[in-house]
Design a protein around this ligand. Structure first.
Ligand code: ADP
Ligand code: MG
Length: 288
C-alpha cells in the first residue's frame, strides 16, 4: 500500500518491464509496454477482448516469453528463476484454475505447498515462523470457510466454492505476487464481492502484490488502486484508477457510451452504459 510520505527509494519493485513486445507471427499482440509495479500495490489490467491482457499475464508469470524486452521479478529476469523458486514468488489464479476431478478439497489446497517442498514432498518447518505446513493449510481452509468441505471431491462443489478452493491453493503457496485472470467471471454477484473482499483482506495482512484482470470495471474501480489500460496491445492509460476511469477513455477504449458516477460510499468512479442512439430510437418507434 502506498504511504503518501514514504520516500520513493524505500519502495521495493516487485515487477518491471520496459519496451516489452510479443508477436504471434505477423500479429503484434503487445506493443512496447513499459510498466513497473511496487511491492504491495494492487493493479488492475483492463481492456476489451483481445487487447492483450492474458498475453501480458503469461509474460509476467514466465510461462510465455517476450519477442523483445525483459520481465524483471524482484530485479531479476523472470527466465533466470528456477521453476520452484519462481512459484514461491509468483502465483497465478485463472478463471478455471483447478484440476478437473478426482481430488478432494484438502488435496488440491495442499498442492499449493509444492513449491516449498523437496523432491520427496517433504517440507522444512519454517524456523522463523515456526509454522507447520499442515497448520498453514488448516488455517487457510478455516479462513475460507472450507473446513467442512475439506474431504469433499472437487466435482461436488458449486462454482463459488470451487473458486474459494482455487484461492485457498494460492494462499497456501504464500507468493509475494499474485496474478489473477478474470477469476470472478463465473461467479454470481455475492460471490464476486466475497472473492474480492477475501483478496483485500489477505493483502492487508500479508502485503501481497496483486495484479488482476477483471471484466467488471465497477469492481475494478472499487478494489484496484492503479490501472493499466490496454487497447490493441498498446497502453492507453497507466495510473490511479480514480483518474483513469473517465467517460472519454472508456468511450475510446471500449467503443461504448458510458456515464460515470461517483460511488455513494467511496466516491470511486462507477460506470453505467447508455443504450446506443440507434437502439433507443428503434425502441421509440415501437412504443409510439
Ligand atoms: P485478452 O486476454 O485481452 O482478451 P489475449 O491476450 O488473450 O487477449 O489475446 C490478445 C491477442 O493475441 C488476440 O488477438 C489473440 O487472438 C492473440 N493471441 C493470443 N495468444 C495467441 C497465440 N498463442 N497465437 C496466436 N495469437 C494469439
Ligand atoms: Mg484474456
Amino acid at each position: 500500500m502506498k504511504e503518501a510520505n514514504e520516500p520513493q527509494e524505500t519502495r521495493v519493485r516487485a515487477l518491471e518491464i520496459a519496451s516489452l513486445t510479443r508477436d504471434f507471427g505477423e500479429f503484434h499482440a503487445l506493443k512496447n509496454i513499459s510498466w513497473s509495479v511496487d511491492e504491495g500495490d494492487w493493479w488492475g489490467i483492463i481492456g476489451p477482448n483481445g487487447s492483450g491482457k492474458s498475453t501480458l499475464l503469461h509474460l509476467l508469470s514466465g510461462v510465455d516469453h517476450p519477442t523483445s524486452g525483459n520481465v524483471l521479478v524482484y530485479g531479476k529476469r523472470v527466465s533466470s528463476y528456477g521453476r520452484k523458486e519462481l512459484s514461491r514468488l509468483v502465483a497465478v489464479l485463472q478463471q478455471e484454475g483447478l484440476p478437473p476431478v478426482g481430488y478432494t478439497v484438502r488435496e488440491v489446497v495442499e498442492m499449493g505447498r509444492f513449491p516449498h517442498q523437496d523432491w520427496f514432498g517433504r517440507e522444512k518447518v519454517d524456523k522463523e515462523k515456526g509454522m507447520d505446513p499442515g497448520i498453514i493449510t488448516d488455517r487457510v481452509l478455516e479462513r475460507l470457510d472450507l473446513t467442512d468441505l475439506s474431504d469433499r471431491s472437487l466435482d461436488r462443489l458449486s462454482g463459488g466454492q470451487r473458486q474459494r478452493v482455487a484461492l485457498a491453493k494460492v494462499m497456501v503457496q504464500e507468493p509475494q505476487i499474485l496474478l489473477l485472470d478474470e477469476p470472478t467471471t463465473y461467479l454470481d454477484l455475492r460471490y464476486q464481492l466475497e472473492f474480492m473482499e477475501l483478496l483485500a483482506e489477505w493483502r492487508r495482512e500479508t502485503g501481497v502484490t496483486i495484479i488482476s484482470v477483471l471484466h467488471d470495471l465497477n469492481l475494478t474501480a472499487q478494489f484496484c488502486d492503479d490501472l493499466l489500460v490496454l487497447k490493441d496491445g498498446m497502453v492507453e492509460g497507466l495510473g490511479a484508477s480514480s483518474e483513469l476511469l473517465t467517460e472519454e477513455r472508456i468511450r475510446h477504449v471500449y467503443g461504448v457510451e458510458p456515464v460515470m458516477l461517483p460511488h455513494p460510499d467511496s466516491g470511486v468512479p462507477q460506470l453505467l452504459l447508455r443504450r446506443s442512439a440507434r437502439d433507443v430510437s428503434g425502441q421509440g418507434e415501437r412504443l409510439e
